[in-house]
Design a protein around this ligand. Structure first.
Ligand code: C2E
Ligand code: MG
Ligand code: MG
Length: 697
C-alpha cells in the first residue's frame, strides 16, 4: 500500500506572517519577562523597605518597654508588626537570643505548613526553620539604649503575595501581548497581501497566460520594486507578443503576397473539414498553377514575376467572398478554399471566374502580361476525407488540366489517381531501365525525296518493359523530362548512337548521318561540350550527326539557348527543328536561331494531298524554308500520294512507314548491308556539306 505523503506548502504570505509573528512574539515576550522581573525586584525592595521601617520603629520604641519589663507592651508591638501586610512574624530577642516577645502569623499558609512540618511550637526552632526558606525575607535590627544592646528585633516578610502579584501581572501581560501580536500579525498580513501578494499573484497569472499565448497587462499602481517588476513584465510580455505575432506571420503567411501559406492553408482546410462534417456541407478546393510563369520570370525579370504573383493573389481575392481563403502554396501555385459549395456546377462557375480573372491582360512595370493558369478542383468529401488527400488530388487534377492545355480547370476523378500511380510506378521502373539494359535504339531511315535514295536514319528510343512489353518514347520521354532522368537517358542515347555510327562506318556501311532527338532538359546541361567529347572519342565528323530539337527548347532562357546553339554550330553538326508547326512556332525563332533543317510534323503530312488546309500549310512551310535556305524533312509519309505530292513540291527528305518503319540495330545493320549490295548513290552528302559550307562561310 502506498502511503501518501502530504506536503504542506506555505505561501509567501504565511511565511512572512510566521516570521513576523516569531520575531514579534520573541521580542515582546522578552520585554514582558524583563518588565515583570524588574517590577518584582522593585516590589521586593519596597517590601524590604517596609520591613526596615517597621524594624527601626520597634528598635526605637521597645527599649523603654524592655527596661520597664513591660512585656505586654512588647507583645503589643510584635502583634502590631505581625498584623502588617506580608509580615509573617515579629520577634524581640534578648541579647542572649531568648525570645522576649514573639508574634507569628500562623494564619499564613506557608508558616502553618512549617509549624506542621516541625511539629513544635518552639519559637527558636521555628525561626531557624523559617530562616532557611527563600520565600521569606528575614530582617534583623539591634535594640540599643545608651550604647547598650538590650536585644534584637527580628521581622520575617513573606514574598508570597509579591510572587502572586507577579504571576498575575505576567498572565495579564501575556494575554495582552498575544492579543497585540495577533492583531499586529493580522494587520501586517493584510497590508502584505494588498501590497505584495496581490501584485505577485497578478504577475503569476499573467505569466501563466503568456505561456498559453494570451497576453494580459498587469496593472501598475505603485512605483516600488514590485511596480517596477510589473512594468518590466509588461514590457517583456509585449515584446514576446510582438515576436510571437511576427513568428506566426512568418510561419503562416507568404511574405511576398501576404496571403496565407501552405501551412495556414492546411490549417484552414482542416477547419473546413471539421465544420463541413458537423453541418454535413461540402466545400471546394481549387489548386491553381500559372502556366507561363517561368517564361514571364525569364523574359521580363524576377521583379515582374513577383509583381505578377502579387497581382494574381489580389485579383483572386477580389472575386471571392470574405469567408473564402486564398493561399499561396509556393512558386506560382495558389489554393482557393470555398466553403458551402452546394454542387459541382457552382464550383465550375467559380473555376471559370478564376481562369477569366487571372488571364485578364495587365500591365506590370510597363510591360503587358497575360497570365494563364491551370486549375485542379476537388470537393469535400467526394474527392478526399483528409486535407492531405484533398491537396494531393487537387494537385493531380491540376497536373491533368495542365496537360490538357492552357487555361483549363478540371475536376478530380478516381481515374487520375490510377494514372498517377501508374506514372509513379513507371518513374520507378524507368530509374532502373538503363542499368537493366531495357533501353534500345531503333533506327528509321530517311530518304532523299527526289532520288528516293537512303541518306541516314532518325534514332528513336525504345523501352522493353519486363511486364508491359515495348513502351513508346511518347509515353516515357515526357516523364523522364519531368523527373530529370532524361539527362542520363539522353546521354546514353547520344553515346550509343555515336558508337553505332562509328562501328557501321568502320564497316563501310554508312549511313551518311544519324538524326538524334535532344530534349530541352538535356539542352540546359552544357550539352555542346559533352557532344564534342563524344565526337572526339568516336571520331565522328560533324556532318554525320543531326540534332533534332523541338520548338519548346527555344522557349527557355533565350540567351543560354542561343549560346548553346552557337556552340553546336561551331562544332558543325546539323541542327534540325523537329515537329515544326505543332508547338509555339514563331517565325521570329527561325530568324533568331539558325537551323539547317525543318521537320514538318506528321500531323500536317497525314492530310496530304486532299486536305486543303494541310496542302496550303505544307506549301507555305516549303516556300518559307526555301527562302530561309533550310532543308525540309517530311515525317510520317504513309502513302504514295503523300510522297508524290511532297517530291513535286520540292521537299528535300522524306521519312515514314511507306518507306521504312523504325527497326532495331541488327535489322538496320542488315538494311545498310543490303543497300551496299545495291550500291546507293552518295551525291546528296556532298550537297548537304556544300550547303553548310555556304551558310557558315
Ligand atoms: P519524332 O522525333 O517526331 O519521331 C518521329 C515519330 O514518328 C516516331 O515515333 C516514329 O516512330 C513515328 N513515325 C515515323 N514514321 C511514321 C509514320 O509513317 N506514321 C506514323 N504514324 N508515325 C511515324 P516514336 O518513336 O514513338 O517517337 C515519338 C517521339 O519521341 C519522337 O518524335 C521524339 O520526339 C521522341 N523521342 C524518340 N526517341 C527519343 C530520344 O532518344 N530522345 C528524346 N529526347 N526524344 C525521343
Ligand atoms: Mg525527331
Ligand atoms: Mg518529329
Amino acid at each position: 500500500m502506498r502511503t501518501e505523503r502530504r506536503v504542506i506548502r506555505l505561501g509567501l504570505g504565511a511565511k512572512f506572517t510566521l516570521t513576523v509573528l516569531t520575531i514579534l512574539a520573541c521580542t515582546m515576550a522578552a520585554n514582558t519577562l524583563y518588565s515583570v522581573y524588574a517590577s518584582t525586584r522593585f516590589h521586593e525592595k519596597q517590601l524590604v523597605e517596609r520591613g526596615r521601617a517597621l524594624g527601626r520603629l520597634i528598635s526605637l520604641v521597645s527599649p523603654e518597654a524592655i527596661l520597664g519589663f513591660d512585656f505586654l507592651l512588647l507583645n503589643d508591638y510584635t502583634r502590631q508588626v505581625s498584623a502588617q501586610p506580608d509580615v509573617v512574624y515579629g520577634v524581640i530577642l534578648s541579647p542572649k537570643g531568648s525570645p522576649l516577645s514573639a508574634y507569628i502569623d500562623d494564619s499564613d499558609p506557608f508558616v502553618r505548613a512549617r509549624i506542621n512540618a516541625t511539629g513544635s511550637t518552639d519559637i527558636t526552632r521555628l525561626l531557624q526553620e523559617l530562616d532557611h526558606q527563600p520565600e521569606l525575607i528575614r530582617l534583623e535590627f539591634p535594640i540599643v539604649h545608651n550604647d547598650v544592646e538590650l536585644g534584637r528585633f527580628l521581622v520575617g516578610m513573606s514574598k508570597q503575595s509579591l510572587h502572586a502579584e507577579s504571576r498575575r501581572r505576567l498572565a495579564f501581560q501575556l494575554i495582552a501581548l498575544t492579543a497585540l501580536v495577533m492583531f499586529l500579525c493580522a494587520a501586517i498580513y493584510l497590508a502584505f497581501r494588498a501590497n505584495v501578494l496581490f501584485p505577485i499573484q497578478a504577475l503569476i497569472s499573467a505569466s501563466r497566460n503568456v505561456g498559453r499565448g494570451q497576453y494580459t497587462r498587469v496593472d501598475v499602481k505603485s512605483e516600488d520594486e514590485l511596480g517596477q517588476l510589473a512594468q518590466a513584465f509588461n514590457a517583456m510580455a509585449e515584446e514576446v507578443r510582438r515576436e510571437q505575432a511576427k513568428l506566426h506571420r512568418q510561419a503562416n503567411f507568404d511574405t511576398l503576397t501576404g496571403l496565407p501559406n501552405r501551412l495556414m492553408a492546411l490549417d484552414r482546410i482542416n477547419q473546413a473539414i471539421n465544420r463541413a462534417r458537423r453541418t454535413s456541407q461540402r466545400f471546394a478546393l481549387f489548386f491553381i498553377d500559372l502556366d507561363n510563369f517561368k517564361s514571364v520570370n525569364d523574359s521580363l525579370g524576377h521583379a515582374v514575376g513577383d509583381e505578377l504573383l502579387v497581382a494574381t493573389g489580389m485579383r483572386v481575392q477580389a472575386i471571392l467572398r470574405d469567408a473564402d481563403t486564398v493561399a499561396r502554396l509556393g512558386g506560382d501555385e495558389f489554393l482557393v478554399l470555398v466553403p458551402d459549395v452546394v454542387n459541382e456546377l457552382q464550383a465550375e462557375e467559380i473555376a471559370e471566374r478564376l481562369v477569366r480573372t487571372i488571364s485578364q491582360p495587365q500591365t506590370l512595370s510597363g510591360r503587358k502580361v497575360v497570365a494563364r493558369c491551370s486549375i485542379g478542383i476537388v470537393v469535400f468529401p467526394d474527392n478526399g476525407e483528409t486535407a492531405a488527400a484533398l491537396m494531393a488530388n487537387a494537385d493531380n487534377a491540376m497536373y491533368q488540366a495542365k496537360a490538357s492545355g492552357h487555361g483549363s480547370a478540371i475536376f478530380f476523378t478516381e481515374d487520375m489517381n490510377t494514372r498517377l500511380h501508374q506514372r509513379m510506378q513507371m518513374e520507378q521502373d524507368l530509374n532502373q531501365a538503363l542499368e537493366l539494359g531495357q533501353l534500345a535504339l531503333h533506327f528509321q531511315p530517311i530518304y532523299n525525296a527526289a532520288a528516293r535514295c537512303h541518306r541516314g536514319a532518325e534514332v528513336l528510343l525504345r523501352w522493353q518493359h519486363p511486364e508491359r512489353g515495348s513502351v513508346g518514347p511518347a509515353e516515357f520521354i515526357p516523364l523522364a523530362e519531368a523527373t530529370g532522368q532524361i539527362v542520363a537517358i539522353g546521354d546514353w542515347v547520344l553515346e550509343q548512337a555515336c558508337r553505332k555510327w562509328s562501328q557501321w562506318h568502320r564497316a563501310g556501311l554508312g549511313p551518311d548521318f544519324l538524326a538524334i532527338n535532344i530534349s530541352r532538359v538535356q539542352f540546359r546541361k552544357r550539352f555542346a561540350r559533352r557532344l564534342g567529347e563524344l565526337m572526339t572519342t568516336y571520331e565522328i565528323p560533324p556532318h554525320a550527326l543531326e540534332l533534332e530539337i523541338t520548338e519548346s527548347v527555344l522557349l527557355d532562357d533565350h540567351h543560354h539557348v542561343a549560346e548553346e546553339l552557337n556552340s553546336l554550330r561551331a562544332i558543325g553538326v546539323t541542327l534540325s527543328l523537329d515537329d515544326f508547326g505543332t508547338g509555339y512556332s514563331s517565325l521570329s525563332y527561325l530568324k533568331r536561331f539558325r537551323f539547317d533543317v525543318l521537320k514538318i510534323d506528321r500531323s500536317f503530312v497525314s492530310g496530304l494531298p486532299d486536305k486543303p488546309e494541310d496542302v496550303l500549310l505544307v506549301k507555305a512551310i516549303l516556300a518559307m524554308a526555301k527562302g530561309l535556305d533550310l532543308k525540309v524533312v517530311a515525317e510520317g509519309v504513309e502513302s504514295d500520294d503523300q510522297l508524290q505530292f511532297l517530291s513535286a513540291q520540292g521537299c528535300d527528305y522524306v521519312q515514314g512507314y511507306l518507306l521504312a518503319s523504325p527497326m532495331d540495330e541488327t535489322a538496320y545493320g542488315r538494311y545498310l548491308e543490303s543497300l551496299m549490295v545495291r550500291a546507293e548513290p552518295v551525291a546528296l552528302v556532298a550537297t548537304r556539306n556544300r550547303r553548310r559550307a555556304g551558310t557558315s562561310g
